[in-house]
Write a protein that binds this ligand. Structure first.
Ligand code: ASP
Length: 439
């Protein structure tokens, strides 16, 4: 059995956290490859090392004095090294980093040092080999991740090394220039390493015990999702329920490797398993609820619309030509409604409306803002009867007006539009009917 374990910044923010992860790794001999993030926040208003590096590099780029800030970063690492009682000095590394900053080696190089240095400490602490990600993870000349080259070189390397630390977040172009993934990208590295190592599981250790059925800012102590499919996850993540970087699922999903989200501070919790498919029914009819505020609906009316071929295309063209993506398009016989994100639409509103008028000559257009969308997601909904009825009677009892309903044809989700001001109460009502009454 082979496991790849990735630890997020909060799991590596201090020596105390490092000790926890040391215990976790030593508790299971299968945890062979470790992917660390950079040290994250130790307390609420602390600064992540990655952010400190970006700030320091910005000073270097402007030709300003950056030494003081760089010293602060060094202090953070030294605190960890001392706290762990390691015989390790990063002095030489910091000399090189300072030179590279002066030579304006780039923001990506700067940010990547967070993971790089943390990887050196971790390898030293665990007694594992250190593999610099710039030598095994590659990007093409357009800056896109090069999956083929990486898989070939990384898997060959891992085949030679029994246990190793591979820092997250960065790799290199073919000329050696360091390049990072987007923020939170160590999740992606973990997934790439799991694929290349042909791992049985990718454990992603963070500071929560997995995905929650609903947002804990709205529901007190929500239940944890024990098993979720990639498709369900995608639906919930789209609505903002994020624990994992969006791109992290692709490498492992393709190779059928499950992801287990685990909590460094509560390793005994089973966390959430993310799988391609499962015969396990979820504990409740729904797997999760997520939602977002800040949508606008543009409702277009025209007599005999349904017999006018091309009407929908023209309406959507008006949005497309101004670069406004649409989210949902529920329609009636002589009406068509387009849901868009308010911030993406606001600045272009009048141009889009005038294009709709010009292209389709509607009878009437009505705009409603401050709307929220809620996705009720669950693979078990397909077989269950009365799911929609339960949702809508719960909302009716809570005195909430439903503005829009959209059930995807996969029956994996039902999307409901309500007013922003009803958003929290709607989620509470749905949580209650599906989860609380079943507990
Ligand atoms: N350290 C990087 C960031 O803060 C990458 C990561 O933690 O995944 O975005």
């Amino acid at each position: 059995m082979k496991k790849v374990v990735k630890f997020g910044g909060s799991s590596l923010a201090s020596a105390e956290q490092f000790k926890k992860i040391g215990e976790i790794i030593h508790a299971d001999a299968d945890r062979k490859y470790v992917v660390p993030s950079a040290p994250g926040k130790r307390f609420g208003n602390d600064t992540k090392v990655t952010d400190m590096l970006y700030q320091t590099y910005a000073l270097a780029e402007q030709g300003k004095n950056f030494k003081e800030l760089l010293e602060k970063i060094k202090d953070r690492y030294n605190e960890i090294i001392e706290g762990l009682g390691l015989e390790l000095s990063l002095d030489n590394e910091f000399v090189i980093i300072e030179e590279q900053f002066k030579a304006k080696a780039g923001g990506d190089y700067a940010a990547s040092r967070g993971e790089y240095l943390n990887g050196i400490i971790m390898a030293n602490y665990l007694g594992y080999e250190f593999i610099d990600s710039a030598t095994v993870i590659f990007f093409d000349k357009n800056g896109n991740f090069d999956a083929n080259t990486t898989d070939e070189i990384l898997s060959a390397k891992l085949a030679e090394v029994e246990r190793a630390v591979v820092p997250g977040f960065y790799g290199a172009l073919s000329d050696g220039t360091v390049k990072t993934f987007s923020r939170g990208g160590s999740d992606v590295t973990g997934s790439i390493v799991a694929k290349a190592a042909r791992a049985d599981i990718y454990e992603n250790w963070t500071d929560v015990s997995g995905f929650l059925v609903a947002d804990p800012r709205i529901i007190d102590n929500p239940e944890t999702i024990t098993t979720i499919t990639y498709k369900e996850l995608r639906e919930l993540a789209y609505m903002g329920a994020t624990v994992l970087h969006e791109e992290a699922i692709f490498p492992v999903r393709k190779s059928g490797i499950p992801i287990n989200i685990k909590n460094t501070n509560r390793p005994e919790d089973p966390g959430t398993m993310i799988v391609e498919s499962t015969c396990k029914q979820s504990k409740f009819t729904i797997t999760g609820i997520a939602g977002k505020k800040g949508f606008v609906s543009i409702n277009i009316e025209k007599d005999m619309m349904n017999s006018e071929i091309g009407f929908g295309r023209k309406v959507l063209e008006a949005f497309e030509s101004h670069g406004v993506p649409f989210e949902h398009v529920p329609s009636g016989i002589d009406t068509m409604t387009v849901y868009v994100h308010q911030p993406e639409f606001e600045g272009k509103e009048q141009q889009v409306l005038s294009d709709i008028h010009r292209l389709t000559s509607p009878d009437h257009i009505e705009i409603e803002s401050n709307l929220a969308l809620i996705a009720v997601v669950g693979r078990s909904m397909k077989a269950a009867k009365g799911t929609a009825a339960r949702i809508f009677s719960a909302l009716a009892h809570a005195n909430i007006n439903v503005k829009m309903i959209d059930q995807g044809s996969s029956e994996l989700n039902i999307i409901i539009g309500v007013k922003n001001s009803d958003f929290e109460n709607a989620i509470k009502a749905i949580y209650e009917i599906f989860v609380l009454v079943q507990l």
